[in-house]
Design a binder for this molecule. Sequence first.
Ligand code: FMN
Length: 398
Amino acid sequence: MKSIIDNKNIVLGVSGGIAAYKSVELLRLFVKEGANVRVIMTKYAQAFVGALTFEALSGQSVCTDLFEKSDDASIRHIDWAEQADAVVIAPATANIIGKLANGIADDALSTFMMAVTCPVVLCPSMNTHMFESNAVQRNLEILRSDGYFIIDPESGSLACGTTGPGRLPEPCDILDRTVFYLVPKDLKDKKVLVTAGPTREPIDPVRFVSNPSSGKMGFAVARAAEYRGGKVTLITGPTNLLDPNNVTVIRVDTAKEMALAVFENVENADIIIKTAAVSDYRPKEHAEQKLKKDKDELVLSLERTQDILKEIGRNKNEQILVGFAAETEHLERHAEQKLAEKNLDIIVGNIVGHPDSGFGADTNTVTLFYKDGTKENLPKMSKDDVANLLLNRILKIL
Ligand SMILES: Cc1cc2nc3c(=O)[nH]c(=O)nc-3n(C[C@H](O)[C@H](O)[C@H](O)COP(=O)(O)O)c2cc1C
């Protein structure tokens, strides 16, 4: 599955705010995702960044003047509006917000906007007092009720010296929210509980027993479920991954902490997807102080941790329960056994040990085993695609 904006026509509107330089990076990200991007700049946007930069990166001429003659005889602001699949204005100044809320069409960007019928994402960015002014807040309210998607500015110290809301979010977050607004909400209001990553079982304060799980699969599931409208809680062991937007993230270390967090959140969930590689064993005792290397041999005694999946399977009601099985051999036998033993609806099995599958990789080659005894072998695909395909299958069961 490709990005939702792959091959889509996106119009990027840039107005005259200090954060206009960030929209250059935003354009680059849209292009990287496969979008066909056209840029419209206001007169004052060009005081901050030159049109040539956007032209070079988009590979298309930039529209800066409503009355400038186009190469063909087309009326650009109408044609571009008709062809657009999405419009993003970043940064959106107080001025363009005011014009859009009041139907003013006096330059290329504002006139184009009157003709737009596709989804529009606005990214207000300005001085805190400007942002909090009655006029801007009133105009944003009007635009919200007109169906515009507004990405709230972030808080922090601003270029003008004030501290507070007004900063343009990072381009990767604007891309993330643009994708969110465009994805159909087929999981709307479903509560989804996802676990991810490894756990760490301490031997002493500086050493632990763990596994190489990166958390990428679980984070991909959480992100995909959130894009599709789910209310997502992600319980994760230690990973280097950033919290997905708009997801409740609970970070834990040990299998015991993972179990506690899961049991606290499981009851409300409609869908439970357990991708975490929870340690099956933990050191029976862990030393309060760092162990010294004064012995030639050290024997570590391990004890079983709680089987979280089995416990959920035993108590589950109408909930959909999905487990993951990473195996080094006999995938089918082990996965089917786990499916039955733990009362799962689906188990996602994969063979670990290949560079493009399993722990740490961005791709995965998995087989889905279903409760009714059927199975589905999938080709190698990105973890984002595995996540979306899995959610499609879950929706079918629901
Ligand atoms: C240095 C400087 C920085 C500015 N930064 C912003 C800003 O971040 N947000 C904003 O709404 N206006 C900002 N303005 C004011 C706008 O440029 C001004 O309101 C202009 O009329 C906006 O026109 P436009 O919306 O057509 O681009 C800034 C002005 C200057 C001189």
